[in-house]
Structures are given as structure tokens and as C-alpha cells.
Design a protein around this ligand. Structure first.
Ligand code: NAX
Length: 327
């Protein structure tokens, strides 16, 4: 094994998603089975004891690809020379919080972390934001890291895509691998639009296999409210599936999406009329370490109304954090 280790930072590393994510990264699922990694793990001081336990277990797993593990409560130590960063750590939403409370509670975390990324991370770093509200948190981190190109800051809507794929596969009675090119527009929130119009199931167009009532009704509702349904059933929010989606997102960015359309939320450059200044999920392909937005897909009236709804919601979130955007 001759490859130089990648420096991979994970925030909130002692949390529930971290506990599933670190083992997938360490086993080579994300960066490849020959790519060594150095894990640089960030927690807040109250989480440091739990992080120590997680690091003990990682060492006990004796992963051949893990060359070193650093645990810290200092963002500049965690992000030092980082090639890939998973921004997972943030406060989970509690019963008494609405979305604007969550934006206000978590936004400041991403100011400090954006500045630290700007100061010490690799100039080529690839950042995925998982901590909610992830689109707007990615925007805040990006705005506070002017030395890093905005396209290197993304937010995760891959879990929503995977949920959509799972629903179609279950209904059609096929494995998930047979479902292609279903993707998410907009915000990781219940306004999101899982777009079935270019999707295929075992080669057949999803729009021929499933009726419009289901696609615009139960399918859309199930995907967009799945997070809540998991909490009701499990008594805890999605963790393993979120970690798995974060691995899918970063793996495709790193290794390519094999021509498939995948969902990535990134700072809009005006694609599909979505204004600049918000982080929006678009249909993308990943090639040679780049994310390329698939442009010029036709947008029908229903899709346009959903895109518009998400633009409005994300502009509202942006307004609520305008003082954190550094301009
Ligand atoms: P946990 O509460 O289990 O873990 C969060 C961890 O982050 C804790 O250990 C905490 O100490 C740490 N933390 C808090 N502030 C921090 C900071 N400033 N720096 C470093 N670490 C910090 O939550 P978990 O279930 O792991 O979820 C983490 C985040 O993912 C939440 O914001 C959650 O809402 C979000 N999710 C996002 C999803 C998505 O699809 N984008 C889906 C799953 C999940 O809901």
C-alpha cells in the first residue's frame, strides 16, 4: 500500500451518525479499498469523553487503512490539511424548536468552522454538511471561507434520494440497485421534491411504472416526512442511513457517479433559475473529482412549483442568518 493517507475530518464524531460513519470510512467504503486515511475527529468539550471511547473502539477494530486517529475539541486541529470534511456535529432539533430556532441555534457553529476550514484545510478540500439545517449551514460555512471555491461546499440530500429509491424499489419489488436517476430538488426539509420524471426502474421509466397520483401523493409525502417517521418508530433520528448516504455522497464525489444522476446540494450559480446565494439540491453527475450540475432537463409545471417553493424557503432561511454570512 503506497498511497499517501488522506486527512478526513468528521465533526460531531461521538454522536449517533458519527458512530456509524467512522466505521464505513475506516473500512474503505468511501475513499476506496486501497486508500489509507488519517481520521481527524472534532467534538465539543462535553463530548470529549465519549469521543475517547469511540477512538478506543476504532483502534480495537484494527483497520489496515487507518494510519492515525486524532481527537480534538479545536476546529483548527481537526481541519488541518483536511482533504475531506464531514460537518455532522450540531444541535439536534428538540420538540419545542421550530425550523427558525434550529437555524438560529446551529448557524453560529458553522461560522467558526467555516473560518477554521479557510485557515487550515487543503485548498482542494471537499466538504459535505450533514448537520441540520444542512443547506443553510453549508452556505454559512462557505461564506466564511472565502479562500475555498464555493463548489467545494455541499450539503447532503442523498439520504432523501436513497429514501426515494427505497420507496420505488419496494413498490416495484426489485432491489434498490435497479432504480436509477431519481433525484432531489431543493432543501433537506419537507418542501423537497423527489423528482421521478427521469428515473428508471429496471430500465423502465418510473413515470410509466407508477401512476402520477402515487408519485405526487404518497411517494412524495413518504420521502419528505421519512425523518419524522423514523423518529416515531425508532425513538431516535436516522443515524445509520444518514451515515450511509454521507458515504454515498462523498464516494461518488471522490470516485465518480458512473454516469448516474445523483443529488447534491451546492451553492447555486443560477442553474434552473435558482438564484445565487442559496445552497440548493440539483441533479448532478460526479466525474474526475468534480460535481457537474446536469443542466437543461425539462421542468414541468409541477416541478417548477416545487422548485419555487424550495427557493422561497431557502431565501427565508438565508435572511434569518444574514448576519452570519460575513457580508
Ligand atoms: P447527535 O446529537 O447524536 O450527535 C451530534 C454530535 O455533535 C454530539 O456528539 C455533539 O456533542 C456534537 N456537536 C455539537 N456541536 C458541535 C460542534 N460545534 N462541533 C463539533 N461537534 C459538535 O446527532 P446525530 O444523530 O449524529 O445527528 C447530527 C446532525 O445530523 C443533526 O443536526 C441532525 O439533525 C442531522 N441529520 C441530517 C440528515 C440529513 O439528511 N442531512 C439526516 C440525519 C440527521 O437528522
Amino acid at each position: 500500500m503506497t498511497e499517501t493517507p488522506l486527512r478526513v475530518a468528521v465533526t460531531g464524531a461521538a454522536g449517533n451518525i458519527g458512530y456509524a460513519l467512522l466505521w464505513r470510512i475506516a473500512s474503505g467504503d468511501c475513499f476506496g479499498s486501497k486508500q489509507p486515511v488519517i481520521l481527524q475527529l472534532l467534538e465539543i468539550p462535553p463530548g470529549m469523553q465519549r469521543l475517547e471511547g469511540v477512538i478506543m473502539e476504532l483502534r480495537d477494530s484494527a483497520f489496515p487503512l487507518v494510519h492515525d486517529i486524532i481527537g480534538t475539541d479545536n476546529a483548527e486541529v481537526a481541519f488541518n490539511d483536511a482533504d475531506a470534511i464531514f460537518l455532522v456535529g450540531s444541535r439536534p432539533r428538540t420538540k419545542d424548536m421550530d425550523r427558525s430556532d434550529l437555524v438560529a441555534a446551529n448557524g453560529p457553529i458553522f461560522v467558526g468552522q467555516g473560518k477554521a476550514i479557510d485557515a487550515v484545510a487543503s485548498r482542494d478540500v471537499k466538504v459535505i454538511t450533514v448537520g441540520n439545517p444542512c443547506n443553510t449551514n453549508a452556505l454559512i460555512a462557505c461564506a466564511n471561507a472565502p479562500g475555498i471555491p464555493p463548489r467545494q461546499f455541499t450539503a447532503m440530500t442523498r439520504l432523501d434520494q436513497n429514501r426515494a429509491v427505497g420507496q420505488m424499489a419496494e413498490r416495484a419489488g426489485v432491489p434498490a440497485s435497479k432504480v436509477q436517476d431519481v433525484f432531489i430538488w431543493g432543501n433537506h426539509a419537507n418542501t423537497m421534491y423527489p423528482d421521478p420524471r427521469f428515473g428508471t426502474v429496471d430500465g423502465q421509466p418510473a413515470t410509466e411504472l407508477f401512476d402520477t397520483d402515487w408519485l405526487q401523493g404518497d411517494f412524495l409525502d413518504t420521502v419528505s416526512t421519512r425523518g419524522k417517521a423514523i423518529i416515531m418508530a425508532r425513538g431516535a433520528s436516522s443515524a445509520a442511513s444518514a451515515a450511509s448516504a454521507a458515504v454515498d455522497h462523498m464516494r461518488d464525489w471522490w470516485q465518480g457517479s458512473n454516469g448516474n444522476i445523483v443529488s447534491v446540494a451546492l451553492p447555486s450559480e443560477g442553474w434552473y433559475g435558482v438564484p445565487e446565494g442559496i445552497v440548493f439540491s440539483f441533479p448532478c453527475r460526479c466525474e474526475n473529482g468534480e460535481i457537474i450540475v446536469v443542466e437543461n432537463l425539462p421542468v414541468d409545471e409541477f416541478a417548477q412549483s416545487k422548485i419555487d417553493e424550495n427557493v422561497t424557503a431557502l431565501l427565508e432561511e438565508r435572511n434569518a442568518v444574514s448576519d452570519l454570512l460575513g457580508n
